[in-house]
Design a protein around this ligand. Structure first.
Ligand code: PEP
Ligand code: MG
Length: 543
């Protein structure tokens, strides 16, 4: 038995088989080979295997998401057979007498760079595809299989680190827990684990060469411990804890249909945060009063090209219809920093958290923004959708957004496409927005406080940096004062203010939020009933 400790980002217990995920961007070593023909032979076999994998992926995608979205796998097949690409790899193997893995990696990088430098947006986006097929070839050459989530039983996912794009592509029903060597508690991967209600440990000092797929493990998110090949005693203890947790969950079920009201009659809205339409099921199961934050950027990541207006329209419309008349607040694209999609070609930045991200991309690349706005305005005709803009710092940005929205409205009208202009709000997640929240409140319909970024920017602490986790303190007086100030400024203009950052689910602060007059808390679906339980036990104006 091997026992290791880490930092828990979601409390829960899991017991089951391990699946070790290898990084998608492989570290490829350059080695000399004697026999170039043998290397080319290996390359051909890896290529045949890749063609079969892509054919399977294509068929699966046609069934699940339709032919148009599946077409990307056909594009990958064509690229794999491209004469220039293969010739470049062969040349490197023959002239330098080096291993196929290295030749593929170098060719992939060269081609990706070439595509990224092209003027045409379609060609630019192919940079991500050529990297993707090169990585697939390398994995096949190294004999490292992709994990096929269809064929595994529910498992504990072990990895060095996980990016949001990897996490979001996983089949949630197949994940019992996450255990990673790296990662920070405030990263989007941790947020996704909480959203998915999955026990997760980060910062576990594992040697991944010693951990194998198929091993058994117990993850204890309460104690922050993981046991590989656990003893019978540990397994029994884990089974007991899992049962206990289930019983607690069942008790919470009694709160379904009940009001979010304090003992002295103060009411608050409790909504859910989601990352995809697929999460709406969790929001409904947990009786969320609405969706307080739909992180729409997850529609953009984990794929190799922009989602079309139609795809987005369908997703937003479905979300609105599934939630019936309940509010669905969709945040516009908040890509950048840890949420990356290669085809955006955002480039490396020294300070990505303070970089080209979120609304800044939308205001610069209005073509991307307009596609999303068109989809949102069209979908708003089908339900109770609100739009929310992230990373706002000034009144001028909001005014510019309104100009763009106006242009989109005019376009839709000209084309006689039905739409509705819904409620529009902003995230308050920069200190600048807090300081001008009195002016912003006059312009927008609501505020939603993003405490994750607000903490990062106020305390000058990179939320991605795992070494700073101990300094990242959202309970800091500065943050609490800011929340109070934002709520007061909203109310002064007759607007509502909520919290959609992780702090909203912090039960130690529920009472304080109620006293401040916060109107809404948007939390991960698994926390909705726990927050309701907490609210129902509080007397706000008691003593
Ligand atoms: C936040 O910053 O608090 C927030 C809700 O947005 P995200 O975590 O997606 O940056
Ligand atoms: Mg944020």
């Amino acid at each position: 038995m091997l026992k290791l400790s880490g930092k828990s980002v979601y409390k829960g217990v899991a017991l089951g088989p391990v699946v070790v995920l290898r990084p998608r961007d492989q570290q490829v070593k350059r080695t000399k080979v004697e026999d170039a023909d043998a290397e080319i032979d290996r390359l051909e076999k890896a290529g045949e295997k890749a063609m079969n994998q892509l054919a399977e992926l294509y068929n699966k995608a046609v069934e699940e998401v339709g032919e148009a979205s599946a077409a990307i796998f056909e594009v990958h097949q064509m690229m794999l057979e491209d004469g220039d690409y293969l010739e470049a790899i062969h040349n490197i193997i023959r002239t330098e007498k080096i291993n196929a893995e290295y030749a593929v990696a170098r060719t992939g990088d060269n081609f990706a760079e070439m595509f990224a430098g092209m003027d045409d947006d379609y060609m630019k986006a192919r940079a991500a595809d050529v990297k993707d097929i090169s990585n697939r070839l390398i994995r096949n050459l190294m004999g490292k299989e992709d994990v096929d989530f269809n064929s595994i039983e529910p498992s504990i996912i072990v990895a060095d680190d996980l990016s949001p794009s990897e996490t979001v592509q996983m089949d949630k029903k197949k994940i019992l827990a996450f255990v990673t060597v790296h990662g920070s508690s405030n990263s989007h991967t941790s947020i996704l684990a909480r959203m998915m209600n999955i026990p997760a440990l980060i910062g576990v000092p594992m040697n991944l060469e010693e951990i194998h797929t198929g091993m058994q493990a117990v993850v204890d998110g309460f104690l922050g411990e993981v046991f590989f090949e656990p003893s019978e005693e540990i397994c029994c203890r884990a089974e007991g804890r899992i049962k206990e947790e289930l019983e607690k969950q069942q008790l919470l079920q009694n709160l379904k249909g009940k009001e979010n009201v304090t003992l002295d009659g103060k009411k608050i809205n409790i909504y859910a945060n989601i990352g995809s339409v697929g999460d709406i099921g969790y929001a409904l199961e947990n009786d969320a009063g609405g969706i307080g934050l739909f992180r729409s950027e997850f529609l953009y990541i984990g794929r190799s090209d922009f989602p079309t207006e139609e795809e987005q329209f369908q997703a937003y419309k479905q979300a609105a219809q599934m939630m019936a008349e309940k509010k669905v607040i969709i945040r516009t694209l908040d890509i950048g920093a840890d949420k990356q999609a290669d085809y955006f070609n955002l480039g490396k930045e020294d300070n990505p958290a303070m970089g080209y991200r979120a609304i800044r991309i939308c205001l610069k690349q209005t073509d991307i923004f307009k596609v999303q706005l068109r989809a949102l305005l069209r979908a708003a005709a089908y339900g109770n959708i609100s739009i929310m803009y992230p990373m706002i710092t000034s009144v001028e940005e909001v005014l510019r957004i309104y100009e763009i929205v106006k242009e989109v409205q005019e376009e839709l009208e000209k084309m006689q496409i039905p739409y509705r202009l819904p409620e529009q709000g902003i995230m308050i997640e920069t200190p600048a927005a807090v300081m001008v929240s009195d002016e912003l409140a006059e312009l927008v319909d609501f505020f939603s406080i993003g405490t994750n970024d607000l903490t990062q920017y106020t305390l000058a602490i990179d939320r991605q940096n795992e070494r700073l986790d101990d300094f990242y303190n959202p309970h800091h007086k500065a943050i609490l004062k800011m929340i109070g100030m934002v709520v007061d400024n909203a109310h002064r203009c007759g607007k509502w203010a909520g919290i959609c950052g992780e702090l909203g689910a912090d039960l130690e602060l529920t009472e304080e939020f109620l006293r401040m007059g916060v109107d809404e808390l948007s939390v991960s679906p698994s926390m909705v009933l726990k927050v309701r339980q907490s609210v129902r036990g509080i007397t706000v104006f008691g003593q």
